[in-house]
Write a protein that binds this ligand. Structure first.
Ligand code: BDP
Length: 608
């Protein structure tokens, strides 16, 4: 199967999907000897390992939890005889960070990047009506051409250690569902939709890509009722009296794409799609033509025990909490999340800023975890020997993210980097390539942004002119002038905002990060930093600043919940800036946000 497709697996009259999730077998391979020793066919010694999950937090010894290098997963899967004549593929939601896939001992594919899906074509290798062997050789080392960026060091005992340039734990493993698929030889590879509204009706311009020449048609259903039909690989679907997708009031239509040969259905693909428009106009975010003020979080895929592995129970709890608190938006900091999260956002009416894993693009000066260990250096990130390769990897991840997520109503914008070092000469060329690419491949031409680090100001941020809206990560009153100094922090913050007001040229600004580490155990009157009282004072100051600048059109606090990081003197078993604990219970600040976000009008500051 040559034809790459990032479509989410679906069952239909022409397609079969079987989950391969469950208890697999697992082994570390610190010497990198597995391939030579035939581990592709069977692991000589293995332990059990659940899929999907990070392997790290199951272990009770530190060497295993912190393991860095090659590791293997294996399982068996059965291929039904009635699938003969179809194309067979194994689809991984994600494997972090590098993966080589072997079926019955034969290498079928390899993939770079730990946060996006890929397929392994196995049609010519599988044995029908029999069990087949599936092995995954993965690796979690970091380097500077990767997204996310970091490096790998070797300790005096010979063991490797990951040195992330980013502030989240380097969880690794098979993080997302694994599926076995039987697909028709001639099939839908991709499709896209672009919505426009006229009065009470909608026009959905669509394009379908297939690997054949047979006829294509698209039907749209509202429940059981067919509401639109069009023939051809591209065209327009007209929906009368459309029920639009909206914030906290989602509505999804069922799109069915068919390839037909006379009366015979060759392929059939289903997807639920919300119809809405999203644009920036006159400094506002407009959803279906109406202004919306963004409120919500920067998040992580992170939870006890399973690490970064997809856990639908945690996903459900997170959405319930986000509804309770009055949020309407989140950023997938700092990587594209599992597809199931965007499906939930579509169902629940949340707005998503989708971020590619371009994080750690700064030589450790801002990465205090590393800098605090004496590794801080100042060089331009986009003038390094590694930059050309990094750019290639960045482009590949951006293309796959946009292609994967482009039809979600919930996805309103692309975040192309988080906190890059963007003051040096190479920045502009690097940024331009990626911002142009995002525009070129997204049929809906969603706005593009990147999260701008502290000290990157309007006069020294070389990439900011490419952003359709400005996203700031700011920590006035935490990293900068915290505690009693918060008065000066506010004054400095306002000075910076005055500077930005001259550089926006009509673009809206949002905060993609602001927050204060807070131990749920600590209360103190009057406050001290790290206490719950200080978190609220910090938020009051920040919100007062946001409220006095009309061009601020959104606030995404850092972070939804406490999350695991590398150990270090700046972190107490993880980052504690959560508004909820890692176990998803509220800190005092959660009630603070609930009061604010449920009372701010949907279109707060719209007429300003
Ligand atoms: C920013 C990063 C984020 C960190 C956060 C923090 O974008 O990943 O977790 O600061 O320090 O620099 O809490």
């Amino acid at each position: 199967m040559q034809d790459k497709s990032l479509l989410y697996p679906c069952e239909s009259s022409a397609r079969r999907v079987v989950s391969l999730d469950g208890m697999w077998r697992f082994a570390f391979d610190p010497q990198g000897q597995g391939v030579d020793k035939g581990w592709t066919m069977a692991l000589p010694e293995s332990i059990t390992m659940p899929v999907p999950a990070s392997f790290c937090d199951f272990f009770t010894d530190k060497d295993s939890r912190e393991y860095c290098g090659d590791f293997w997963y294996e399982t068996d899967f059965f291929v039904p005889g009635e699938w003969e004549g179809k194309d067979i593929a194994v689809r991984f939601g994600s494997v972090t960070h590098h993966a080589r896939i072997f079926v019955n001992g034969v290498e079928v594919t390899a993939h770079e990047g730990g946060f996006l899906p890929f397929d392994a074509a196995v049609t010519d290798i599988v044995r029908y009506n029999q069990h087949n062997h599936l092995a995954v050789l993965a690796n979690n080392e970091l380097n500077e051409t990767m997204l996310p960026a970091g490096r790998t060091t070797t300790l005096s005992n010979g063991k490797k250690m990951a040195m992330p340039y980013f502030d989240f734990y380097n969880y690794a493993g098979i993080h997302r569902p694994v599926k076995l698929m039987a697909l028709p030889k001639e099939r839908v590879l991709d499709f896209s939709v672009v919505h426009s509204l006229s009065g009470t009706d909608a026009d959905v311009a669509y394009t379908v890509t297939t690997n054949g020449d047979h006829a294509v048609c698209v039907d749209v259903y509202d429940g059981a009722e067919k509401v639109a039909h069009a023939d051809g690989k591209s065209g327009t679907l007209h929906i009368e009296n459309v029920r639009l997708w909206n914030v906290h009031a989602a509505y999804l239509y069922s799109f069915v794409i068919r390839i037909t040969d006379g009366e015979t259905v060759v392929d059939e693909y289903h997807e639920k799609i919300g119809i809405r428009t999203f644009e920036i106009k006159d400094g506002n975010f407009l959803l279906n033509g109406k202004a919306v003020y963004l409120r919500g979080f920067g998040k992580h895929e992170d939870a006890d025990i399973r690490g970064r592995g997809l856990d639908l129970a945690t996903v459900k709890r997170d959405y319930e909490l986000m509804k309770w608190i009055g949020a309407n938006c989140f950023r997938t900091s700092h990587y594209p999340y599992a597809e199931e999260l965007y499906q939930m956002a579509d169902e629940e009416g949340f707005l998503v800023i989708d971020e590619v894993p371009a994080v750690g693009f700064m030589e450790s000066t801002m990465n205090f975890l590393s800098a605090s260990q004496g590794n801080g250096k100042k060089v331009g990130w986009f003038e390094k020997e590694t930059t050309p390769q990094l750019l290639e990897n960045h482009k590949a991840a951006l293309i796959d993210m946009i292609n994967r997520d482009k039809n979600h109503a919930s996805v309103i914008a692309w975040s192309i980097l988080n906190e890059p070092q963007c003051t040096s000469e190479g920045t502009e060329a690097y940024f331009k390539t990626l911002f142009d690419l995002a525009h070129e491949i997204d049929p809906q031409k969603r706005p593009r942004t990147y999260a701008i680090v502290m000290m990157s100001l309007p006069n020294n941020s070389k990439g900011q002119q490419f952003a359709d809206f400005i996203s700031l990560n700011r920590y006035y009153g935490w990293y900068v002038m915290g505690g009693m100094n918060i008065v000066d922090a506010e004054a400095a913050f306002r000075r910076e905002m005055d500077g930005w007001s001259m550089a926006l040229h009509g673009r809206p600004m949002i905060f993609t990060e602001y927050g204060a580490d807070t131990m749920p155990s600590e209360h103190k009157l009057p406050s001290v930093m790290w206490s719950q009282e200080y978190q609220n004072e910090y938020l009051d100051m920040n919100h007062a600043v946001f409220d006095s600048y009309d061009f601020v059109k959104g606030e995404l606090v850092w972070n939804f919940a406490d999350f695991q990081t590398t150990e270090g003197i700046m972190r107490v078993n993880g980052n504690k800036k959560g508004i909820f604990t890692r176990q998803r219970q509220p800190k005092d600040a959660a009630f603070h946000f609930r009061a604010r976000w449920t009372s701010l009008p949907v279109d707060y500051k719209a007429d300003k």
